[in-house]
Design a protein around this ligand. Structure first.
Ligand SMILES: [Zn+2]
Length: 277
């Protein structure tokens, strides 16, 4: 395990993470598979009570809305670097299928964090009447690739989609940021709606969790990006949230707390309600 730990470099979310060459494929004891067979098909969460009213007869706040939740990375990625290193369309250029994601210095994986937050948020959104579609079905498979994650939202004709991540940056870097697309397959109208979604997420996250906007990237918690495949390829309003910096001690303490992750989920539920009102 020591050897494995030594050679496995954890790749973060953004372009600063080297996707190829940073992980030793030979360290994986598991034979690689083809992308087609290894990448799991995304899971559409079973229909919830979408469309129904509450027992009191009042219309639920997100009734009739379709929301796609994209939990960043997947813990199965660690053993299948040859799969996730394969290049896919990123919106006019090519990018690796996925990365392993980062982790806290105590070893809490980003993939596990994003899965936990997404599960909590799914429950809240369904209680609000939304139909929730997930881009991955569990926390131990491989992928799916970033282009497929975008396609899930497109096929669902989502009213809103959000990718949930946590950053792995400088130890001194602190706070959250929202990646806002600057060009999208959906065109200018979808881009404008994505900008509005980014602001709703920024405002609700800051007030709901108490975490400040990042001090190392973006402006007031917003980071316009042209290099994110999941945003570029989207035909529905979409943003990517970096919930904090897992390499920063203070942020890591928050992100490792179940109570804080519930606050994150509540804040994102609030953001969706504000955006889709
Ligand atoms: Zn990430």
């Amino acid at each position: 395990m020591a050897l494995l730990a030594a050679v496995l470099t954890l790749a973060g979310c953004g372009p600063r993470a080297t996707a190829s060459g940073s992980r030793a494929d030979s360290a994986s004891p598991t034979p690689s598979r083809t992308a087609g067979s290894a990448a799991p098909s995304p899971s559409a969460a079973p229909p919830s009570s979408a469309g129904s009213s509450s027992p009191t007869g009042r219309r639920k706040p997100l009734q009739g809305k379709v929301i796609v939740l994209d939990a960043g990375h997947n813990d199965g990625n660690f053993g299948h670097t040859s799969v996730i290193d394969q290049l896919v369309d990123a919106g006019g250029f090519r990018k690796p299928c996925d990365t392993t994601g980062t982790e806290t210095n105590a070893g809490y994986h980003e993939a596990a964090f994003t899965w936990d937050v997404t599960k909590r948020l799914t429950a809240l959104l369904r209680a609000d009447g939304a139909r929730v579609v997930l881009t991955r079905k569990d926390d131990h498979s491989v992928g799916p690739c970033v282009d497929v994650r975008a396609a899930v939202g497109n096929r669902a004709h989502a009213d809103a989609a959000i990718s949930v991540h946590a950053d792995g940056n400088l130890l001194s870097g602190h706070g959250f940021h929202v990646m806002q697309p600057v060009r999208m397959s959906g065109g200018s109208a979808v881009l404008a709606r994505s900008r509005r979604l980014a602001l709703a997420v920024r405002d609700a996250y800051e007030s709901g969790t108490g975490m400040p906007p990042a001090n190392y990237i973006g402006t007031e918690g917003i980071d316009p990006r042209s290099d994110m495949a999941g945003l570029n390829l989207s035909t529905v309003p979409k943003v990517l949230l970096e919930c904090g910096n897992m390499r920063n001690a203070g942020d890591a303490k928050d992100l490792s707390s179940a109570a804080f992750r519930q606050r994150i989920a509540r804040s994102l539920d609030t953001a969706m309600r504000a955006y889709l009102r």
